[in-house]
Design a protein around this ligand. Structure first.
Ligand code: BTN
Length: 324
């Protein structure tokens, strides 16, 4: 994208963020562009999920005001973050991809956030629909001196961390679906994608990608499963900046504990929120399908399935209560 196009879009978004009307003429003056150029940018912003409508004679308006992400606000509310460890981007392909390509130069605990992703990635090669300003798209890098082995169970830890913060916000009835999805009322509210970089026998780095639905646009498209957002679950808007600061601090302290003790101290928390505990489930792992009664997780985060009186651990796959 041309730099001046990015700048113009960012000026337009900053102006519209308060939810008031702005005429094409006023936006044109702000950016130094013609009204038809403004109309094109508005069209593009609509295509990345901004719910903008136009009224003849009044101009453009966002359906809902947005509190934009602000690095200074996040840092000032956080105990663990400093300005050199946080980057807020506007529109990016994927925050995980961004961190991955800069891993060598980034300090441990570095966090990248974006307002929108054009190629957000989910688990198992699925896309993660990432409309502008309506969710949290966050990636964090964390290096483990003990290599791959010391990351076992990491993605479950992150799901537990998200749930901790949601509880602080008064959402006490979220559930965790193995391995790391956060659900509310049977619908997905957040997901985690952990990617690992490193060589066997040396340090390894995890890129911890987190997507949390905050206030999705009314007509969001392309999500292939039942979903919800924090706004629906809590029946009120939250400030993403404060939520992110809380989440960064929570993950920071949990990761320190995890480095020393592994997943074991967190298992009771997992169990208390386990969506499928004691339920009959189907586990799809590659081409194999297994079924049995879910008995929670072990200390390495493996799913425990009871079948014919025997409990066995399973490390990968996707579970559901329906035959796949
Ligand atoms: C899933 O449940 O499938 C995992 C979703 C993870 C989405 C997040 S959004 C921030 C980060 N960047 C990505 O491209 N993906 C993760």
């Amino acid at each position: 994208m041309r730099k001046n196009a990015a700048l113009a879009r960012s000026l337009i978004i900053n102006q519209l963020a308060d939810g008031e009307f702005y005429s094409g003429e006023a936006l044109g003056e702000l950016t130094g562009l013609s009204r038809s150029a403004i109309a094109n940018h508005i069209k593009y912003l609509g295509s990345i999920g901004l719910d903008i409508y136009s009224v003849k004679g009044r101009g453009y308006k966002l359906a809902q005001a947005i509190e934009l992400l602000r690095a200074d606000k996040i840092v000032s509310q956080s105990n663990s973050l400093t300005t050199d460890k946080l980057e807020v981007l506007s529109i990016i392909d994927s925050t995980n991809t961004y961190i991955k390509s800069r891993l060598q130069e980034l300090p441990n605990g570095y966090i990248c956030l974006a307002e929108a992703q054009t190629q957000g990635r989910g688990r198992r090669g699925r896309p993660w629909v990432s409309p502008f300003g309506s969710s949290i798209y966050m990636s964090m890098c964390w290096t483990f001196a003990g290599g791959y082995q010391s990351m076992v169970g990491l993605s479950l830890l992150v799901g537990i961390g998200i749930n901790r913060v949601l509880m602080k916000y008064g959402l006490r009835d979220c559930k965790l679906k193995w391995p790391n999805d956060v659900y509310h009322n049977g619908k997905k509210l957040a997901g985690v994608l952990v990617e690992v970089e490193g060589q066997v026998g040396s340090d390894a780095s995890a890129i911890i990608g987190i997507g949390i639905n905050v206030l999705l646009p009314r007509h969001v498209q392309g999500i292939d499963q039942p979903f919800t957002d924090i706004y629906t679950a809590l029946d009120k808007q939250i400030d993403r900046n404060l939520f992110i600061a809380e989440l960064a601090d929570t993950l920071h302290s949990m990761l320190r504990e995890f480095e020393n003790k592994g997943l074991t101290p967190f298992i009771p928390e997992w169990k208390a929120a386990d969506l499928f505990y004691d339920k009959y489930v189907y586990l799809l792992a590659g081409k194999n399908q297994m079924h049995g009664v879910s008995k929670g997780i072990n200390e390495s985060g493996a799913l425990l399935l009871e079948c014919n009186g025997m409990i066995t651990p399973h490390h990968g796959g996707e579970i559901s209560v329906r035959h796949g």
